[in-house]
Write a protein that binds this ligand. Structure first.
Ligand code: MG
Ligand code: ZN
Length: 216
């Protein structure tokens, strides 16, 4: 028999939002600006964070990354190798970060050492949307290699994020994807008021526009 408990999920989400607000206030009390990067595995979140952090560090901004993954330290290691200070945050089983896990992670950090915290969520285009972490901005990153139907298939994450980024536009032709189709879908979904930011992390194109969109 299959028992559905509709009340439970709502409680979980409510509790998450409460802790997210606490995280937000905690980071603000230390003068920290924070960003949550969501998106599928392979969208280029890690590489994007590394490049944005390089630009910020060049301006004297003190940056730390939180590497969210189910298990392992691959992204954490990439951050550290690039010279970006990082904290590894494994969920164990969950396919998304939640506010409680971020609270725990923040409690291990000296928050007076940073101006900006960049959080890489677990590679997943579905449930991270439901779990705000308490950041200033929520960003969704997709790549041309994922096809041109990302926006049409995943409304929630595009609606729940403040900024959307389309990465790997330099190889759009090779993977037979028209970036303008994705841009049009996004513009339509968001009521014609927002545009997706097209970039190529590899070619270092479009990154300054992203920093400006995030007010960094
Ligand atoms: Mg990654
Ligand atoms: Zn999940």
């Amino acid at each position: 028999m299959h028992i559905v408990q509709p009340g439970m999920e709502i409680d979980v989400l409510k509790e998450n939002n409460k802790v997210a607000h606490e995280n937000y206030r905690l980071m603000k009390s230390h003068g920290i600006k924070s960003i949550d990067f969501m998106g599928s595995i392979g969208a280029g979140k890690t590489a994007l964070i590394i490049k944005l952090a390089e630009k910020l560090r060049a301006k004297g901004v003190r940056v730390c990354a939180i590497a969210g993954d189910v298990t392992g330290a691959d992204d954490y290691t990439r951050f550290e190798k690039s010279g970006l200070e990082a904290v590894n945050c494994n969920t164990g089983h969950e396919c998304h970060l939640d506010a409680n896990l971020i609270r725990k992670t923040l409690s291990t950090m000296d928050l007076d050492k940073y101006d900006v915290i960049l959080i890489e969520n677990v590679g997943n285009l579905v449930c991270p949307a439901d779990f705000p972490l308490g950041t200033d901005y929520r960003v969704v990153v997709v790549s041309t290699t994922e096809g041109d139907d990302m926006v049409r298939k995943h409304h929630d994450i595009f609606i729940h994020s403040d900024v959307a980024i389309l990465n790997k536009v330099d190889i759009a032709d090779a993977v037979d994807v028209d970036p303008d189709v994705i841009a049009r879908d996004y513009n339509k979904l968001t009521g014609g008021i927002k545009n997706i930011y097209k970039c190529s992390v590899k070619k270092e194109q479009g990154l300054d526009e992203i920093l400006a969109a995030l007010k960094l």
